[in-house]
Design a binder for this molecule. Sequence first.
Ligand code: ADP
Ligand code: MG
Length: 214
Amino acid sequence: MTTDTNDFGTLPLSPQALANLTQLGYTRMTPIQAAALPLALLGKDLIAQAKTGSGKTAAFALALLANLNARRFAVQAMVLCPTRELADQVTTEIRRLARAEENIKVVTLCGGVALRGQTASLEHGAHVVVGTPGRIMDHLERGNLDLAALNTLVLDEADRMLDMGFFDDIAKVARQCPANRQTLLFSATYPEGIAKLSQQFMKAPQQVTVQAQH
Ligand code: ADP
Ligand code: MG
């Protein structure tokens, strides 16, 4: 791959978003970003596989931010993560990448924390929700979370979520998302359950894989 194709400037991103990436020290796309972002920004469903530490978060974060309308006060993107720690990391990364945009609110919804504060945050309005499948399901069942305006669903660390037994919760959450959404699935490995997830909840997904370098 040449330097040119790994330049963020080749992507249809706003000048503000590009300037913010430079400020963050993101001078070039990582290989998985270079493979995934052009397709994700075209609105395609995507199964993206690359090892840990390869920059998968920014790949889906830039795609979901591109689909957002900050002036619309509704949840437009949701990221499902296996653990609270990962959900916190994803939230931080989305906020960093969203700095160039006007006031984008990201709310984290994980178990082990009182529901009340999370419910209040949702009532104040969120554009993006990041959390674990069980707690997100809980908020959906309580009527705290309206997904009618959702346009991007991300399954992050899908292999780990399947290992942890989250298939049924993921399925329940995905069934409550609008059918015309974009679905992005990220994983370090490709166990059998991923094909099942993609068959049930994705539309003609493109598959991009970056093999480990070492
Ligand atoms: P993964 O989800 O694949 O395990 P992360 O998204 O957590 O990887 O990214 C790993 C690290 O790489 C993070 O510290 C992130 O800030 C950094 N990173 C991501 N993309 C770039 C880039 N294009 N240039 C420089 N650093 C990057
Ligand atoms: Mg990750």
